[in-house]
Design a protein around this ligand. Structure first.
Ligand code: PEP
Ligand code: MG
Length: 305
């Protein structure tokens, strides 16, 4: 089991390492794309990714391809206004519709991954077809780099972010096209409970410890393990102290969180027995709501810590 950090700006990898991160579980790449009129070219992206990969040495770096649209606008694309941007043209949907953009990013990442431990994952996957196409594009970008003698990562693991309930529900089918899964619990909660993650009026409903979300998490982890793959989590839930014993009990393989949360999370995990957390997780899945799950964990920690 691994504790990794989420980063979204160059330089944050140093804080992550200082905090005890064993890798980067989510490199948000939007910093290169937001607030500008022109997309960054391959060279600019390569230089930014390379610094981060070099800082991490042989530790894993999971880079997420561009996740724009919805709550992450990008002026350079000049996208038309949408009535439902969270259900609209965003993330992997843009990447696959604009393979020029996505392939440039993939080439930059693959080049930056030379000698390192690069993994690439795709945001907001909803269908097997999307994952198959994204994987093909990545392998093609890699083959082209190799064929033209450009130095790049020798191999790359390709993952699917699980942020949409459809992806969780077909995780057993998606697993044939992904080397790993990373659960984006922020969006997975938003879409499962139909509660906008940024809207304070529905903040009471937005709780990633809702058993509906936990049951999806359970399905994803099981599907990955049955296929001999692994599952991480890079949403806020992975760093929440009340969630960690449950996630451990569900068999989560990698926890990725903001650097500030790492020391406390590690201290808690050291105190836990996996066999005991399995029973807690089973009980959590049987609860009727998030409130009951939170109460259950509080009582459990009181007894077990
Ligand atoms: C998530 O949705 O949980 C996630 C990690 O991605 P982001 O918060 O960047 O949407
Ligand atoms: Mg997300």
């Amino acid at each position: 089991m691994e504790i990794a950090a989420n980063i979204g700006l160059p330089g944050e990898e140093a804080d992550a390492l200082k905090a005890g991160a064993e890798g980067i579980g989510l490199l948000r790449t939007e910093f290169l794309f937001q607030g500008r009129d022109v997309a960054p070219d391959e060279e600019e992206q390569y230089r930014a990714y390379r610094l981060i990969l070099q800082a991490l040495g042989t530790r894993p770096v999971i880079a997420r391809t561009l996740d724009i649209g919805g709550d992450k606008p990008a002026a350079f694309l000049a996208l038309p206004r949408e009535d439902n941007p969270f259900l609209g043209f965003r993330a992997i949907r843009i990447g696959l519709a604009r393979p020029d953009l996505l392939k440039t990013q993939l080439r930059a990442l693959l080049r930056a991954g030379e000698g390192g431990n690069l993994k690439i994952m795709f945001p907001m996957v909803a269908t097997v077809e999307e994952m198959r196409a994204a994987r093909e594009l990545t392998l093609r970008a890699h083959a082209e780099l190799v064929a033209s003698g450009v130095r790049c990562a020798a191999t790359v693991e390709i993952g699917a972010m699980i942020e949409i309930p459809s992806a969780a529900l077909i995780a057993d089918r998606l697993s044939a096209h992904a080397d790993f899964f990373s659960i984006g619990s922020n969006d997975l909660t938003q879409y499962t409970l139909a509660a906008d993650r940024g809207n304070p009026a529905v903040a009471g409903l937005f709780d990633a410890l809702h058993p509906a979300v936990l049951r999806l998490v359970d399905m994803v982890i099981r599907a990955s393990h049955e296929a001999g793959k692994w599952t991480g989590m890079c949403g806020e839930l992975a760093g929440e102290l009340d969630a960690i014993p449950i996630l451990l009990g569900l068999g989560l393989d990698e926890f990725s969180m903001g650097a500030a949360a790492i020391p406390q999370a590690k201290a808690l995990i050291r105190k836990l027995w996996v066999e005991e957390t399995k029973l807690l997780a089973e009980e959590a899945l049987r609860q009727p709501g998030a409130g009951e799950v939170r109460l259950l964990v509080k009582e459990w920690m009181h007894v077990h810590l």
